[in-house]
Design a protein around this ligand. Sequence first.
Ligand SMILES: [Zn+2]
Length: 369
Amino acid sequence: MDLPPLQPEELARYARHLSIPDLGENGQRRLKAASVLLVGTGGLGSPAALYLAAAGVGRIGLIDDDKVDLSNLQRQILHGQSWVGRPKLESAVDRLREINPHVLVETHACRLTPANAMELISRYDVVVDGCDNFPTRFLTNDACHFLGKPCVYGSIHRFEGQMTVFATHLGGPCYRCLLPTLPPPGAAPSCAEAGVLGVLPGIIGSLQAMEAIKLITGIGTPPLGRLLCYDALHTSFRTLTLARDPSCRLCGSGEITSAENAETLAPATCSVEVANSISAADLRDLLARGPLVLIDVRRPDEHALAAIPGSRLIPLDELPARFDEIPRGNPIYVHCKSGMRSARAVDLLEKQGIAAINVRGGIDAFLAL
Ligand SMILES: [Zn+2]
């Protein structure tokens, strides 16, 4: 690849990059030649855009059709007070130009849709997923898979954040390997309902910017098949293994053949990530450390057939009448067969002010460990 030269002003601007041996002038020229598409300029997209622009990514594309709202400013640091009520893209362009005039900022004042996703994403080298709803997240994932582009994924919920790189063309899993089907509307509370501490998207969005820069410059190792989980309350970073699912309808069986499919065509509900959840393997580790409150929301006949030791049966349909039985104070872990009913149970419990955590994949995943 013919890399563009750096001008004297750029050599001065990027001096601290140029003195990193792994990056150096060649890496900086790669950044200048590269393009990144940010899906959303909100909580995650803000810090990612700021750092990618400052780092000298040559072309940054922004997709957003939203206006700046006062309630955004607590975390969406790309936008400022004087831009309330105006398009986010306009404030983003102003801010990014101020940070680095060498960067070409392209704006796409729309939503990513099944009709435009392939064309838009095909124009960029790396995608940073900072969207706030499941259909767009599936769409970003699917289009990146079909186009062979890496997708830097980030998600946040209150005090917890997750980050990874999905890149099936590099042998890694895709988002559907983690979440095979679209959660039902309301399975995960929205940012507006659940709240989010403003610094959290700053941390996760910055991690996404770092991974985009690593992918572009080829330094380090991208977290393929590894989901980084940040728990702000307990100040811990953990890495979960995220295996490629051979039966994944997108990157495994190949059942899905187009970015226009049932998940991506679903109406967008403003929800973030599968809220407050842990993997079956993490549940096993927690159980090994000591007793915890684990509620099985399946039917009694399912519980009688096989149950996780120590779990307590409260079928989902009886849950609203039995909230009083649930001890308060410590987090409640909730499981079902595959994680869908328990997601609804977590939602019901959260609405009662009970901190609840869903076990992803349910007892099926637990028994398969
Ligand atoms: Zn997959």
